[in-house]
Design a binder for this molecule. Structure first.
Ligand SMILES: *[C@@H]1O[C@H](CO)[C@@H](O)[C@H](O)[C@H]1NC(C)=O
Ligand SMILES: *[C@@H]1O[C@H](CO)[C@@H](O)[C@H](O)[C@H]1NC(C)=O
Length: 254
C-alpha cells in the first residue's frame, strides 16, 4: 500500500481492491445481516464467489485447464526473457495488461489475511479452495520475482512503509482516526459515509481500514475489552464492527 506512483494507483488497484473488498462480506454475521433494511439486495456469498472469480480474469501467463473465466487466454508468456528469468504468471493490475509487484503483494497479503481470519466462513460457502488457488497464483509469481536473496524484480518501488508502521504501532489511535464522532477523527468521509482518503484508488484505503477495524473489533471481543477510548468518546467492539460493515456495504451494494 502506498508503494506505487500516482499514475499507477489510478490505473491499478481498482480491480484488485474490488476483488478484495468482497472478501470482507464474510465478516457480516447472519445477525448483522438481518437488521440490514435492504437485506434482499445483499447476498454476501454471491459477492464473495464473484470476488474470487474476478482474480481468474486477471490471470497472466499460461492458464490451467480448470480456468473458469474462459475469455482470458494464455498471455505474456515471455515475461522475464530479456533478463533470462521466468516472470510469467501473476495478475494484471487492471485492464491494461501490466503487472505491478507491490500492488500484487498487497492484494495477496490481504487475501491471505482474510483466508486466515475467516477460513470457516469462506469454507462454509465452498470458496476456500478457490481462494487458496487465487493466493497461490499470486505467491508463485512473487517467488519467481525473487530468484536470489539479493534480487527482486518489480516495476515500481517507492517507500510506502509509513501506513503499515502506523497501523502496527498504534491500533487504537488508528481506530480513533477512523471512527466518526471520535474527538480525534482525522479521516474524512463522503456525504454517504464512506471513508475518504484521496481521489485515486480510495477503495484500497477503505478495504484495508475495514479489514483492520473488523479484526480489531474481534480482538477486543475475544480479549473481553469493552472498547476503545478516543478522547471523551468511547466505541464498543460492536460499534467498531458496525462501522466497518457500513464501509463494506457501501462499497459492495451502493
Ligand atoms: C446468493 O448467492 C448464492 C451464490 O450465487 C446463491 O446460491 C444463493 O441462492 C443466493 N441467495 C439468495 C438468498 O439469493
Ligand atoms: C515459468 O513459470 C510458470 C509459472 O510458475 C510455469 O508454469 C512455467 O512452466 C515456467 N516456464 C518455464 C519455461 O520454465
Amino acid at each position: 500500500m502506498g508503494g506505487v506512483t500516482e499514475l499507477k494507483e489510478i490505473m491499478g488497484h481498482r480491480g484488485v481492491v474490488w476483488g478484495v473488498v468482497f472478501l470482507f462480506c464474510v465478516l457480516g454475521s447472519p445477525a448483522m445481516e438481518s437488521d440490514e433494511p435492504c437485506s434482499r439486495a445483499t447476498n454476501y456469498s454471491d459477492a464473495l464467489g464473484k470476488a474470487i472469480l474476478f482474480f481468474e480474469g486477471q490471470r497472466s501467463g499460461k492458464l490451467p485447464f480448470d480456468q473458469r473465466v474462459k475469455w482470458r487466454g494464455d498471455s505474456a508468456l515471455s515475461d522475464g526473457q530479456p533478463e533470462k528469468v521466468n516472470l510469467t504468471g501473476g495478475y494484471y493490475d487492471a485492464g491494461d495488461n501490466v503487472k505491478f509487484g507491490w500492488p500484487m503483494a498487497f492484494t495477496v497479503t490481504l487475501l491471505s489475511w482474510a483466508g486466515v481470519e475467516y477460513q470457516k466462513d469462506i469454507s462454509s460457502v465452498n470458496q476456500l479452495g478457490y481462494l487458496h488457488t487465487a493466493i497461490r497464483w499470486g505467491t508463485d509469481f512473487i517467488l519467481e520475482c525473487h530468484p536470489s536473496s539479493t534480487t527482486y524484480y518489480t516495476q515500481e518501488f517507492y517507500g510506502g512503509k509509513k501506513d503499515l508502521d502506523k497501523f502496527k504501532s498504534d491500533a487504537e489511535s488508528f481506530v480513533c482516526a477512523l471512527m466518526p464522532g471520535s474527538g480525534s477523527v482525522q479521516i474524512k468521509t463522503t456525504p454517504g459515509g464512506l471513508l475518504y482518503t484521496r481521489d485515486s484508488s480510495n477503495l484500497q484505503y477503505v478495504t484495508s481500514s475495514s479489514m483492520l477495524l473488523f479484526i480489531y473489533s474481534n480482538t477486543l471481543t475475544v480479549a473481553k475489552v469493552s472498547g476503545v477510548q478516543c478522547g471523551s468518546a468511547h466505541f464498543s467492539a460492536t460499534q467498531i464492527k458496525s462501522f466497518a460493515k457500513s464501509q463494506v456495504d457501501s462499497t459492495l451494494f451502493q
